[in-house]
Design a protein around this ligand. Structure first.
Ligand SMILES: C[S@@+](CC[C@H](N)C(=O)[O-])C[C@H]1O[C@@H](n2cnc3c(N)ncnc32)[C@H](O)[C@@H]1O
Length: 223
């Protein structure tokens, strides 16, 4: 982890900016987190695939902290149908599927690159989660027009100039109270038209998090 991200994480965890030496015998917060996450053999299997994808198959994948946030949001909101734009090799999708394991929901994820689409499919199969996932190969701007609602949660992580189009096409399918998480609200530079659309609309409420890293916008479709 680079020093900026490490100090941002430390700040988020409530540590002082200066390095803190853990007392002898203490476990680091990161290690404790990993232990806590694996609370069943099924989860362990998914975490092992996540770890492998993280080490060996990253292609513009979200950081682990952002993946954990997706899992927490999906699980805590009880999402039954999640739509992801930008599958890549399936790293963020696996985090989302971890949340969906608990809600009994399903993921529809879109990727334009056939090689990455195939790798994601293999990773979902290895994780035992292929049945919960529909992987769509093609241009998501076209493919999302074939989706049916209601959608509970959307994760945008593909072409940044396309975010406004995805918002306009998916918003009518998103249930009131549903969420849209949009990655890269800091870098690569987000599309100002998307930022304006999610902040200047009284029907939407947006909070920006993890802005010390790539940044995520979390938008609520108000009831
Ligand atoms: C940042 S990566 C996604 C990373 C992934 N969410 C993860 O964390 O593992 C963006 C992906 O979006 C795909 N993409 C770009 N434009 C697309 C489009 N119009 N339709 C579908 N996928 C697209 C790219 O091929 C790329 O694999």
């Amino acid at each position: 982890m680079n020093p900026n991200r490490r100090s941002a994480l430390r700040a988020a965890l409530g540590f002082a900016a200066a390095p803190v030496v853990l007392a002898q015998g203490c476990t680091s917060p990161r290690a404790m987190e990993a232990e806590r996450l694996a609370n069943s053999p099924e989860e362990r299997r998914v975490l092992e695939v996540l770890s492998d994808v993280d080490r060996n198959q990253r292609h513009l994948s979200v950081p682990a902290e952002d993946g954990q946030l997706l899992r927490v949001l999906v699980e805590s909101t009880g999402a039954k149908h999640v739509v992801e734009i930008g599958t890549s090799t399936g790293y963020s999708g696996l985090w989302i599927l971890l949340g969906l394991m608990k809600t009994g929901g399903r993921l529809t994820t879109h990727e334009i690159n056939s090689e990455r689409h195939g790798r994601a499919r293999a990773n979902f199969e290895r994780a035992g989660l292929a049945k919960q996932a529909t992987l769509v190969l093609g241009d998501a701007h076209v493919e999302v027009t074939r989706l049916a609602g209601p959608i509970d949660f959307v994760f945008l992580d593909a072409d940044k100039v396309g975010y406004l189009d995805y918002l306009n096409k998916l918003r009518p399918l998103l249930r009131p109270g549903g969420l849209i998480a949009a990655h890269n609200m800091v870098w690569p530079a987000p599309d100002s038209r998307y930022l304006k659309a999610v902040t200047a609309d009284p029907g939407l409420e947006t909070v920006f998090v993890n802005m010390q890293a790539a940044g995520i916008g979390i938008t609520l479709k108000k009831r």
